[in-house]
Design a protein around this ligand. Structure first.
Ligand code: PMP
Length: 436
């Protein structure tokens, strides 16, 4: 499949999907040792014969890893460092229940609402960022934001610079958009800006996709100095930057680094954020901040996709912000997350054998660990599964060889009393691998 994709100059997924469609029609068959062979051409159906319906169209590839992880997590006494969300007691359930009652006192929250989002919510978000509401578009999650950006601003064959490793669900979007992805390395100070000039000249990319603050999966943060250089580079080369920032509000330091968007003098940055990580992913609410003509184009495309974000949830979040509930919630949440991070770091320090290293995140949900050579995180997952511990192996995040020794530990989901014992069991699995 890979060879054919390269020869035809298309994505591997396109080749896989083509084979699947032919297989669904019964026109090809795979034989071990003989590759895939064409069996026959489509036949005319006999008059009056009923042929079963077969749906053509692309099928997304299945990821067997998630099934393996769910199997580990389902076992009694399991500890999951694999999740991408908070444990349920951290959601602001009481405040949301109370506000939902008020928002539903009449029927005004039950209509469609405007295409670009509920006006007062756009205003509240705009005010926080110091822009006008025309810069803000409310969408049903960052995932839709990314999808629409790829639909509206990119064309098949364009080149996009993407951090490796990167947010895993962005990779499927770029693949589906038919764009060429050029990887950019990330280290403990975030995206490596040195060398970008050369990539710009060689590939002339349309945009860069980056998670500068509390990266997923690495947990690292782009330094202020690198942020300034990145913005200068964008200006020099007319490079668009998509800044994905769902974790920025979850900072554990008094002075978090400013967003790329706030340093942007020329609308190079399209900023995406979401309530998924700070409040709840069930609300499916995110927003884009960009130049008004870009907002307008994306808003029109959303009309064709999901029509509107849920007005009820937008009204709820608008009340949550206006009544100061967000500020209260974040003030309570940050120290809880920080304590879980500290518990995780302390347990790693206490239990992990020599040779295992990790980055210290200043906010967000994740700690990235690296195993010593020649261990791999996939192999560790099998061993950790026996101990009832799950995590996300690094190569899942698109970085291939580079990240085979890396893995992501989430600290927002396991309860504090699970973290120490969970790491102890994980360390036992690492030691067993080392002895092999
Ligand atoms: N970007 C990043 C970096 C994320 O980690 C996530 C959630 N895992 C998202 C985007 C998606 O968030 P949403 O629920 O808003 O689609």
């Amino acid at each position: 499949e890979r060879t054919l994709a390269v020869r035809l100059g298309v994505n591997r997924t396109t080749v896989v999907n083509a084979y699947r469609e032919l297989a669904a029609e019964g026109l090809v068959e795979g034989r071990v040792g003989h590759g895939t062979v064409v069996l026959r051409l489509p036949e005319e159906a006999a008059p009056g014969a009923v042929r079963p319906m077969r749906w053509a169209g692309p099928t997304e590839a299945e990821e067997p890893l998630m099934a393996d992880i769910s199997a580990i997590v389902r076992r009694p006494g399991a500890v999951s460092f694999a999740h991408g969300e908070m444990s349920p007691e951290l959601y602001p359930t009481g405040a949301l229940r109370e506000l939902a009652g008020r928002v539903l006192e009449d029927g005004t929250a039950l209509g469609y609402g405007p295409i670009a989002g509920y006006g007062p919510l756009r205003e509240a978000i705009a005010a926080e960022l110091g822009v006008t509401p025309e810069h803000v578009l409310i969408l049903a999650g960052s995932q839709i934001a990314l999808y629409l950006i790829s639909r509206v601003l990119l064309q098949p064959g364009d080149t996009v610079l993407v951090e490796m490793p990167s947010y895993v669900n962005s990779l499927g979007i770029f693949d589906a958009a038919g764009v060429r992805v050029v990887p950019v390395p990330v280290d403990r100070d975030g995206l490596v800006v040195d060398g970008l000039d050369e990539l710009m000249l060689r590939y002339q990319p349309k945009l860069l996709f980056t998670l500068p603050t509390y990266h997923n999966p690495l947990g690292v943060t782009l330094t202020l100095e690198r942020r300034r250089r990145l913005i200068q580079l964008a200006a020099r080369h007319q490079l668009g930057i998509v800044e994905d920032d769902p974790y920025g509000r979850l900072h554990f330091t008094a002075h978090p680094v400013p967003t790329l968007k706030s340093l942007d003098p020329g609308d190079y940055v399209i900023y995406i954020s979401s309530f998924s990580k700070s409040v709840s992913p069930a609300l499916r609410l995110a927003w884009i901040v960009a130049a008004p003509p870009v907002v307008e184009r994306i808003a029109r495309a959303r009309g064709n996709l999901d029509f509107r974000a849920a007005l009820l949830n937008q009204r709820l979040m608008e009340a949550f912000l206006r009544e100061g509930r967000m500020a209260e919630h974040l003030a309570a949440l940050r120290p809880v997350l920080k304590a879980r991070r500290d518990a995780l770091l302390e347990a790693l320090q206490a239990h992990m054998p020599e040779g295992v290293t990790w980055y210290v995140p200043e906010g967000g949900y994740h700690v990235w660990c690296t195993l010593p050579r020649p261990l791999t995180a996939r192999r560790l997952l099998v061993e950790a599964g026996r101990e009832g511990v799950a995590f996300m192996p690094g190569d899942y995040y698109g970085a291939g060889q580079l990240a085979r020794r890396g893995f992501r530990l989430n600290f927002s989901y396991p309860r504090p009393e699970q973290i120490g014992p969970g790491v102890q069991r994980l360390a036992r699995a690492v030691e067993r691998l080392m002895r092999e």
